[in-house]
Design a protein around this ligand. Structure first.
Ligand code: ARG
Length: 469
């Protein structure tokens, strides 16, 4: 018997309806969570005297056998010839197979349980593992970013606003911004995990059950902090998934920005970086091409993850309490978002590790484009000129430099003096690239001392997270 609910029906389900309704094609990946949940449920029923010890033992052994056979391939989840399944969903698959294997005792497993709280539990277990896995992947990426930062505190480069050169900075500082974004992403995943870690099993179909279940026991056996509080909410809450997909969307958005950055830096015009051959692809027609496809794909895949989040938000928005079949639509977007982010994060980390930074090109670029104009104005301020006047003086000076095709530091002192008599010989040192960067000492700035503090704090934070992971 493939269906769990034939009793009140007088007709077979229409074949198209069955195909439309079935979810095993995608929820089959919950088999391990489903079996784990069932084992704990059965054990609890035994402890509470709801099931006999023999039945419990038979169920547990039967479930162990099913798990082993699924994992070895002896028990395929889908029919290997047709590619479809006679079972409606993974819950029916496991329960029906259990009954086939152990008979009567198997029919007692579903006592005090509904597929509504069962699927709520399975998805939560699956999501919790995915959150933990994603945290680990993020830590590896953070490590890759931090290592590049630590090696590049003296790699000078321009910082941009409006994609126009603004002020000089270092690669360590630049990448530090991405470290911070990803660090917050990691924190968001931790928050999500803490909020979702409550066990919905025992909520029944929606209103609990008349059996004396021990929900606290089940929760603790499955590693939850506690049982959920309201049984209707327990079977109809998908907030934790939405929260996780939002977190994944933000992570992907950050990776997309990072990708865009690298794509620009890798262009012939910038040549700040060279992607490793192993992480680039060529063109079928243009022999000279070496394209940053990994970055472009990561940037492109963000759309899928946003779409997954939107699908689920939209699926949930009009649902009255409690369970509605619409909720079965949570799985494909969730799995797609998880698979996408899980693939992008480590690939991105490996790609980063193999990038070559063209330090000379970056430094030269930092010296052009008047990135020291703010410092030249600040120089005059130190000499007593009000900032607004200094801004005007340097603006006129830049105009002259553009005319002459020179940098501010290339004008002789006499010429500088025609703009302000406050200019002295020490101006050249004050507006040199190294001074411009290293004088920036406010916390969070690229100056050597500030950066050393940022790096030490980041390293200590990362070490602490790795220890708790
Ligand atoms: N396949 C269903 C889902 O994923 C399982 C829950 C079915 N519950 C029900 N009352 N039909 O949501």
């Amino acid at each position: 018997m493939a269906q769990l609910w034939g009793g009140r029906f007088t007709k077979q389900t229409d074949a198209a309806v069955k195909a439309f309704n079935d979810s095993i094609g995608f929820d089959k990946r919950l088999y391990r969570q489903d079996i784990t949940g069932s084992m704990v449920h059965a054990r609890m029923l035994g402890r509470q005297g709801i099931l006999s010890a023999e039945d419990c033992e038979a169920i547990e052994k039967g479930l162990e056998g099913i798990l082993a056979d699924i994992e070895s391939g002896a028990l395929p989840l889908m029919d290997q010839v047709s590619g479809i399944s006679e079972y409606e969903d993974i819950h029916s698959f496991v329960e029906s197979n259990l009954i086939d294997r152990i008979g009567e005792a198997g029919k007692r497993l579903h006592t005090g349980r509904s597929r509504n709280d069962q699927v709520a539990l399975d998805m939560r277990l699956y999501t919790r593992e995915a959150v933990d896995d994603m945290r680990e992947r993020l830590l590896h990426l953070l490590e890759a970013v931090l290592e590049i930062m630590e090696a590049n505190t003296e790699t000078y480069m321009p910082g941009f606003t409006h994609l126009q050169k603004a002020q000089p900075t270092t690669l360590a500082h630049y990448l530090g911004a991405y470290f911070e974004m990803l660090r917050r992403d990691y924190g968001r995943l931790c928050d999500c995990r803490a909020r979702m870690n409550e066990c919905p099993l025992g909520a029944g179909a929606l209103a609990g059950t008349t059996y004396p279940l021990d929900r606290a026991y089940v929760a603790s056996e499955l590693g939850f902090d506690c049982a959920t509080r309201n049984s209707m909410d327990s079977v109809s809450d998908r907030d934790y998934l939405l929260e996780f997909l939002s977190d994944l969307s933000i992570i992907m958005m950050h990776l997309s920005r990072f990708s865009e950055e690298l794509i620009i830096w890798n262009s012939n015009e910038y040549r700040f970086v060279e992607m490793d051959d192993a992480f680039s692809t060529g063109s079928s027609i243009m022999p000279q091409k070496k394209n940053p496809d990994i970055c472009e794909l990561v940037r492109g895949k963000v759309g899928r993850v946003y779409g997954d989040l939107m699908s689920l938000l939209t699926a949930m928005k009009g649902l009255p309490l409690a369970y509605n079949k619409d909720m079965q639509e949570d799985k494909e977007p969730a799995f797609d978002a998880i698979d996408t982010a899980a693939a992008c994060i480590p690939l991105f980390a490996e790609m980063l590790r193999t990038i070559r930074f063209n330090k000379e090109v970056m430094e030269k670029s930092a010296m052009r484009g008047f990135t020291n104009a703010t410092d030249a104005a600040d120089y005059l301020v130190v000499k007593g000129v009000p900032f607004r006047d200094a801004h005007g003086i340097i603006g006129r000076l830049v105009l002259r430099c553009i005319d002459e095709g020179k940098g501010i530091e290339e004008l002789p002192l006499e010429e500088l003096k025609t703009f302000s008599d406050k200019f002295e010989a020490d101006v050249y040192d004050a507006i040199s690239l190294r001074t411009c960067v290293n004088k920036r000492l406010t916390a969070g700035a690229p100056g050597e001392a500030a950066m050393a503090e940022e790096l030490a704090a980041s390293r200590a934070w990362l070490k602490a997270q790795k220890e708790v992971q």
